[in-house]
Design a protein around this ligand. Structure first.
Ligand code: NAD
Length: 362
């Protein structure tokens, strides 16, 4: 039986395909923009300049200062530069950091953002913004920050290193996993979550084996788009809470942290989320235990599987546990102090996630 639900579609325009970047000048025209500021990370400055060159006189400048979690100083500088240059829009080229900077400008100055994603993080599909000040990250939802156009061009991901491709792809799968057992899951979003997981799980081993495999890059980016749309439409639970806490408190790398925690968070929730287990088992090729399958996938991809190797000290486990259970949030299985501490100890040590206990608990 279909449960009652409410589904709110977001105003999204997606242009997908190898060579889609060539559509950028038309997208700028379509939005009536005359002077756009191009945003990227310092490591991708050459890409930012290339995008600006393609825009000709419609590019007002390039700001190559995007950084993870959008430090408030960077956001201030970007807003100031946009005002000085008389920019009437932004083009964010890069991963979640570049898109996040575009959102920070849009939040205050209401400038439209066009996104050209080059990782699988999915921020380009969401109205969620984040700003970090004094080590504290604030986040919020505001439809004004949602990019007006997203150009998914798999050619733009060819340079994404194997390790980052693997962890960024696992980060995307995490959105789908939590979307499947979210309190506000809906049938259409669950379809996207299952298909996004399938596409990424199939594509990532090929991407890691050969980063220049454009077909595999396309399938991975298609999966990332779907998973990003799931993130936008649902409320995230335990997994995202743990990653947010670990990232914010210990400054662990974003995508790698998601990769390590996901199998453990899913194993914790599997007994209470039979529908999600069924969908994920299908998406991962008929596996009996999706949490274990994701842990094995991370291993095959050569991705990190322990928080210890990301630099977390064992002594930090109690503090992170306290923070992760301090405020209640939606989760299919009750969040207990002991349960989370056990989960974190296994993730810290790089152990296989706890086996599926659904049948045993019945
Ligand atoms: P990122 O944007 O920080 O990129 C990581 C590194 O990879 C950077 O140095 C970047 O320049 C480089 N890079 C990106 N694409 C490349 C490519 N194709 N070739 C070579 N190098 C490339 O990392 P991310 O994981 O995409 O984003 C993480 C940030 O995004 C975090 O701050 C996270 O909180 C945020 N995020 C926000 C949302 C949201 O909905 N608001 C969703 C997902 C992630």
């Amino acid at each position: 039986m279909i449960r009652p639900f409410t589904y709110q579609a977001l105003p999204m325009r997606v242009i997908f395909g190898a060579g889609a970047l060539a559509e950028l000048p038309d997208e700028v025209d379509r939005l009536g923009l005359e002077r756009v500021l191009v945003l990227c990370s310092p490591e991708q400055e050459a890409t930012g300049q290339q995008v600006a060159a393609a825009l000709g006189k419609k590019a007002a400048g390039v700001l190559a200062e995007a950084r993870m979690h959008v430090p408030v100083e960077v956001a201030h500088r970007a807003r100031q530069l946009a005002a000085e240059l008389g920019a009437d829009g932004c083009v964010a080229v890069g991963g979640g950091s570049a898109v996040g900077l575009g959102k920070a400008i849009a939040l205050e100055r209401a400038l439209p953002v066009i996104a050209v994603p080059t990782t699988y993080a999915g921020s380009e599909m969401t109205p969620v913004w984040g700003l970090t000040e004094g080590g504290q990250k604030r986040t919020g939802r505001d439809v004004r920050v949602l990019p007006r156009s997203v150009l998914y061009d798999p050619e733009m991901t060819l340079t994404l290193p194997a390790q980052l491709s693997a962890t960024s792809g696992m980060n995307a799968i995490a959105h789908a996993v939590e979307g499947l057992y979210a309190p506000d899951a809906t049938p259409i979003v669950s379809l996207m979550a299952e298909e996004g997981t399938r596409a990424l799980a199939a594509a990532l081993p090929r991407v890691v084996a050969d980063g220049a495999d454009l077909e595999a890059r396309g399938e991975a980016q298609y999966g990332a788009w779907l998973c990003g749309a799931v993130l936008a439409a649902t409320t995230m639970s335990l997994h995202h809470k743990l990653c947010h806490t670990l990232g914010g408190t210990l400054d662990l790398p974003h995508a790698a942290t998601h990769t390590v925690v996901l199998p453990h968070a899913l194993a914790y929730n599997q007994p209470a989320a039979p529908g999600a287990v069924t969908a994920l088992a299908r998406a991962l090729g008929g596996v009996p235990d999706p949490a274990r399958a994701l842990w094995e996938l991370a291993g095959r991809l050569g991705a990190p599987r322990s928080l210890a190797e990301l630099g977390m000290a064992e002594d930090d486990i109690p503090r992170i546990t306290d923070l992760a259970v301090a405020n209640p949030y939606a989760n299919p299985r009750p969040v207990t102090h002991d349960g989370i501490e056990t989960l974190l100890r296994a993730a810290w040590a790089g152990e296989a996630p706890a086996a599926l206990r659904r049948q045993e608990e019945r």
